[in-house]
Design a protein around this ligand. Structure first.
Ligand SMILES: [Fe+2]
Ligand SMILES: [Fe+2]
Length: 243
């Protein structure tokens, strides 16, 4: 029997092992999505009407975020569902549910992208609210999807995919250049981990030049990016764990 991290929607058990299942690598990415999509509606609502510079900055962030979720789902569609349906036929309903949730989210992300374009030129308050409502909807649907995926799919995938296949998936995903700044993503993941596990995560997941770069300049770069993203926050959310 495998032990696993709790859903990213649930508090971590104090005695949870660091990386007991390969799908935990994906759970860490989910934490980043939960955090960034959770923040997004409020960031848009906080923009002063007519502040087109701030709107342009946030538009780039939001379009990067939607692209990153599309990329994440394309990878899951390519590597997970056919294999899960074939090797665990009793889980066919879960596979169908995952595919449908991805399709629905893809449509909702397209709506967000169009509303970002509508909003960024003038940063007017009505366009901002339309965009924020669409982001609220994505945040809710994504939370349901990530909970379902972590509960219904990942335990099965941990059983039916080999270590070699997980390594291939990691390598393939690692070749993609992320649509958001890498240090922002690394910093968010680091903040989601207990302090005692951070060095081990960096050693395992980052090639040495990136490790050195993160320690030298990446952490400060992350803090600056987070501050720019959330200037109104009195204490950066990055200083607390995500879960
Ligand atoms: Fe998914
Ligand atoms: Fe996922």
């Amino acid at each position: 029997m495998t032990e696993r991290l709790p859903s990213t929607g649930a508090p971590a058990a104090p005695d949870a092992p660091a990386t007991p299942c390969r799908s935990d690598e994906v759970v860490l990415i989910h934490l980043v999505f939960r955090r960034l999509f959770g923040d997004a509606p409020g960031l848009v609502r906080d923009v002063a009407p007519g502040d087109v510079d701030r709107a342009a900055f946030l538009a780039r962030h939001l379009l990067g975020l939607t692209e990153m979720l599309h990329t994440h789902h394309r990878a899951e569609d390519a590597f997970f569902w056919d294999r899960m349906a074939e090797r665990a036929p009793a889980c066919g309903l879960h596979v169908t549910a995952m595919r449908r949730q991805h399709e629905a989210l893809s449509d909702e992300l397209d709506v967000v992208d169009a509303l970002v374009d509508d909003w960024k030129a003038e940063a007017d308050v009505i366009a901002a609210e339309h965009l924020a409502v669409a982001l609220d909807q994505v945040d809710r649907a994504l939370a349901v999807h990530l909970d379902d995926e972590e509960r219904d799919a990942f335990p099965v995938l941990d059983e039916v995919l080999s270590e070699v296949e997980w390594d291939e998936i990691s390598a393939e995903v690692g070749r993609e250049r992320p649509a958001l700044p890498l240090f922002l993503l690394v910093g968010l993941i680091m903040d989601s981990l207990p302090e005692s596990e951070r060095d081990a995560w960096i050693a395992r997941e980052l090639p040495w030049p990136m490790r050195a770069a993160y320690r030298l300049v990446g952490r400060r770069s992350y803090e600056r990016q987070l501050q720019r993203l959330r200037p109104a926050a009195s204490s950066p959310k990055g200083s607390r764990p995500l879960a």
